[in-house]
Write a protein of this length. Structure first.
Length: 196
């Protein structure tokens, strides 16, 4: 009905504001969209608004606020039985946690999200979450774990016959294996210096 159309208009307005560099106006539009969803008693739309708000908070550098909004959105999507939305929240949370330096929670969110998406049958989103996991492992100097996650992402993308995703995951496999090789080369150099 009217609420959904108004929500979409506010969401579009927020995107335009963000593209023009007005984060505050984008945030205000999404706050208004959330209020509209609450008035309509539409949990799904409210969760959508919260997920967008979490992104805006993250862009503004307020990661703890972003985590709160994404966590609430995840809970609301779960209430609604909307697994794909829950998976998107878990991806956002993994990225927010790693930005905050909390690699344990970042890994947990990416793993739980990938598992949820595989169980739901959404291999494309599961692949994206495994790619996020590989990126987290690379950022925390765990190249072999990153390579495993990237390979899992590649397998999932291929199952979905997602050509674009498959290419992206191939590059992730190359990046992670390159990191392993660089680490091995560095170890050899260090052991040569030690032997001298």
């Amino acid at each position: 009905g009217y609420e959904e159309e108004a929500f979409k208009s506010l969401q579009f307005f927020a995107q335009v504001c963000l593209q023009k560099g007005s984060k505050e106006s984008a945030h205000s539009a999404m706050d208004e969209a959330r209020s509209l969803a609450q008035k309509a008693d539409d949990t799904y739309l409210e969760a959508q608004a919260l997920l967008t708000i979490s992104f805006l908070d993250g862009v503004a550098g307020d990661v703890s606020k972003a985590i709160k909004a994404a966590t609430l959105a995840k809970e609301m999507f779960h209430e609604e039985g909307y697994a794909r939305g829950e998976g998107r929240c878990m991806k956002a949370l993994a990225e927010f946690y790693i930005a905050q330096g909390d690699s344990a929670n970042a890994v947990r969110m990416a793993n739980e999200g990938a598992t949820l998406m595989e169980e739901f049958g959404d291999n494309r989103t599961a692949a994206i979450l495994k790619h996020t996991l590989a990126t987290i492992y690379l950022a925390t100097d765990q190249a072999s774990e990153a390579a495993k996650a990237a390979m899992d992402a590649l397998k999932l993308a291929r199952m979905e016959e997602d050509k674009r995703g498959t290419v992206q995951m191939l590059f992730a496999c190359l990046d992670t294996n390159n990191a392993i090789l660089e680490g091995a080369a560095s170890d050899q150099t260090q052991s040569k210096v030690f032997k001298q």
